[in-house]
Design a protein around this ligand. Sequence first.
Ligand code: ZN
Length: 171
Amino acid sequence: MSVRFVIDLLDFVRKAGRHHGKIPLSDLARIQDFLYENKGEVFYWINGIIDQEDKHCLHIQLEGELCLCCQRCLGSLPHTLDIKTSLLVVENESELIQTDTDDSVDAILATVDMDVLKLVEDEIILSLSISSRHNEGECEIHKPEYYQPTEISSSKKNPFAVLKTLKKTQH
Ligand SMILES: [Zn+2]
């Protein structure tokens, strides 16, 4: 496990805080379901900024090379993580509800013990849920190494058919 980095969010922004680090993918428990291979790391940059309108913002930048598991064929899907996002830091629940109605603004509630790892994890999950599958026609099903030629030609299109056949021959 890497060392947890915890920030007082509002204080961090007021002081124009900057933090940069890296997190091994294996430390991000909630990302595991998306991964084909649990290796690599995510680099992150977090900057606290007070904008022209005197609003507290948190800029987050994430970079990394991930090997995702395609949600369609369950095969390996290389993915370059490149996220730049800005969150409006709000001080209470009612402000949070107000900004919720505005789709153009993502808000985050200021806490004194914001876990950077959790923050990074949240942003990755948000981005992955829409991009974790191959493009049309690029799934593993078309690649021969996953479907060794067998005498059962009809099974090529369906991995479960292979399992069924195996079961039958075992009994
Ligand atoms: Zn696929």
